[in-house]
Design a protein around this ligand. Structure first.
Ligand code: HEC
Length: 369
């Protein structure tokens, strides 16, 4: 075996030397080509070619987080790259790339780095580590999350991320969280995060119950005509955009995730009336390309999100921004939803005056400041 692999290595490196530009020219594209080639060769023995090793080393450094970065580490079990992998798992903790990095880190036996970051002084990194741990799903690491929650000494930001990591995805766990909220077992300062998690549950019953618990505007809401008479305060509206869950699905002014349409210039597109309508009656006019689909797989899993299709695959972007690519053969049916993916009733989280502040903020978002 070794001999034949070695032979392959020599052959490949020789062939690459012929087609590649001379050293010094386009070093990085040369490294990328080498990396892509060796990844394609089954059983390639990295230890037998110093040239390939050099290219790999430079690629990891220069193309950190690049297209082949994770593949390389996984394929050649490059444990020494664990610190770079950790950085990627933290920095991209909101995206599938970060999730892959976290899983790979644990797979390489270096999951303890995530645990240390979670316990560490840097609160931003600790919050990201909580999310990365949830992505990795590693049972041992997961045990640290409830401990963080129970420790009032830890900063709110870290506890709040731990709460999302523990309860953010799974409706069964969310039912437990709902019980905790109802029986006042949850720290007061975590209620805001809990409301976001529960309001966005995939389970409609949980959402409804959360809405009634967290509603501040009970009973009749003023009509749009009435609301239009109020003059809102855009700077308060900017805070409400963050605290009233909008930023979970929209980006505006540099904050938030683009699951729904970006709102950074929404003031140019919609006037105040149309903004109120978009929030109060989201299903009346659904923006093109952002329709929700319900996809049922042959194993009976139901998924909801925005879809993109190619010949063979369907990619579903779910609330929160996570993407899942599914082979068309695995799908048993798909149907476009009549309801917007933007939940109705979000305005009930706000007093009418707060809603006016939010609309004033959105109106102020224009191309020319
Ligand atoms: C669960 C995800 C989600 C949340 C939370 C959410 N939205 Fe949306 N929003 C969407 C989606 C998806 C669309 C596009 C479909 C549609 O038009 O209904 C949308 C559309 C909109 C539009 C119309 C945009 C356009 O270009 O026409 C506005 C305005 C808007 N949302 C504002 C808000 C505000 C303000 C909040 C917070 C109170 C909010 N959204 C919360 C998902 C969400």
């Amino acid at each position: 075996m070794r001999i034949s692999h070695h032979y392959v290595t020599v052959l490949v490196m020789g062939a690459l030397a012929l087609v590649l530009p001379a050293q010094g020219q386009e070093d990085s594209s040369r490294d990328t080509l080498i990396v892509e080639t060796i990844l394609r060769i089954e059983g390639f023995d990295l230890s037998s070619s110093t040239k390939a090793q050099g290219a790999v080393r430079r690629y990891l450094k220069n193309e950190w987080g690049g297209e082949r970065y994770l593949d390389l580490i996984e394929r050649f079990e490059l444990k020494e790259e664990a610190p770079g992998l950790l950085r990627l798992a933290l920095k991209k903790s909101e995206s599938p790339t970060g999730a892959e990095a976290a899983t790979l880190l644990v797979g390489l036996g270096k999951g303890a780095l995530l645990g240390e970051t979670l316990e560490g002084e840097d609160e931003v990194a600790a919050g990201q580590a909580a999310k990365a741990i949830a992505h990795s799903g590693d049972a041992t690491l997961m045990k640290a999350l409830p401990k963080v929650l129970a420790n009032p000494e830890r900063p709110l930001r870290v506890r709040s991320s731990a709460l999302s990591a523990l309860y953010g995805k799974d409706p069964e766990r969310q039912a437990q969280l709902l019980t905790m909220v109802k029986s006042n077992e949850l720290a007061e300062d975590l209620r805001q995060t809990a409301s976001e998690i529960l309001m966005l549950s995939r389970n409609a019953e949980i959402r409804e119950e959360a809405k009634s618990i967290f509603s501040v505007a009970k009973g009749d809401y003023p009509s749009i005509v009435e609301l239009l008479k109020r003059k809102g305060d855009p700077s308060r509206g900017k805070e409400l955009f963050v605290t009233k869950t909008c930023m979970i699905c929209h980006e505006a002014g540099g904050t938030g995730i683009n699951f729904g349409p970006g709102l950074s210039q929404i003031g140019d597109k919609l006037d105040a009336r149309a903004l109120y309508e978009a929030i109060l009656l989201p299903s009346e006019k659904i923006s093109m390309g952002f329709e929700g689909w319900e996809v049922t797989l042959k194993n009976n899993t139901k998924l909801v999100g925005i879809i993109e299709e190619t010949e063979e695959n369907l990619t579903l972007t779910m609330i929160g921004g996570a993407k899942q690519t599914i082979e068309k053969g695995e799908i048993s049916s798909k149907a476009k939803m009549k309801q917007s993916l933007m939940y109705p009733g979000l305005h009930q989280l706000m007093t009418p005056d707060e809603l006016a502040d939010l609309v004033a903020y959105l109106s102020s978002l224009r191309k020319d400041g």
